[in-house]
Write a protein that binds this ligand. Structure first.
Ligand SMILES: [Zn+2]
Ligand SMILES: [Zn+2]
Length: 192
């Protein structure tokens, strides 16, 4: 299971020494060539990798991501600049209504020809993997506490109704808080 989740980023060793990247976001730069100034534009449509976003709000695995990508050969490597559009789904943290929003994120990353240090990315042969870059861009773009609207009033503390749908509803005379506590206890008893 864990291997399956990570399959998009695994490095496959062929013949014990050549690494070949695999995954839906791996792009071959061979046609670009390495002469500085060479440019190439690509329109990609890929399936979203797992864990893009958080548990509360994210891009579902396997859903479509459209990427407009420009590759540019520079002295040290390949500069990848792009815009990704995807559908993020989740729940409003205040009223729990379902969210389904188009998100558009921009990214730019230099992939070095040479081996990269910890903070950098490099090409594997002619291949580059957009996944870590896209993942960072999407995670940064998604709100940690998504809401259906900035004014979402949340749920009624009495009955759990979504207040945005029914802002003026009332519950008649407020229940005496002592009775409310007692009725909660009774409910708990009944469940046991
Ligand atoms: Zn809401
Ligand atoms: Zn209510």
């Amino acid at each position: 299971m864990i291997n399956g989740l990570r399959a998009g980023r695994c490095v496959v060793y062929v013949d014990g020494w050549t690494n070949v990247l695999s995954g839906p976001l791996v792009v071959d730069t061979q046609e670009l060539g390495r002469r500085p100034g060479n440019e190439r534009s690509l329109d990609l449509s890929v399936a979203a990798p797992a864990d893009l976003g958080s548990d509360v709000y994210g891009v579902p695995e396997g859903s479509d991501i459209a990427i407009e990508l420009r590759l540019e050969a520079v002295m040290d490597g390949v500069l990848a600049t792009g815009t990704a559009s995807a559908q993020a789904t989740g729940e409003c943290v205040r009223c729990l209504v379902g969210l389904d929003d188009e998100i558009v994120v921009d990214f730019q990353e230099l992939y070095l020809y040479a081996d990269a240090g910890e903070e950098e990315l490099s090409l594997e042969g002619d291949l580059l993997d957009l996944e870590p870059v896209l993942r960072d861009a999407v995670v940064l773009a998604l709100p940690q506490n998504p809401v259906c609207g900035p004014e979402c009033p949340g749920l009624c503390p009495e009955c759990g109704a979504r207040l945005a749908d029914d802002p003026d509803h009332t519950h008649g005379d407020a229940i005496d808080p002592r009775w409310a506590a007692l009725s909660r206890m009774t409910e708990t008893d009944n469940k046991e």
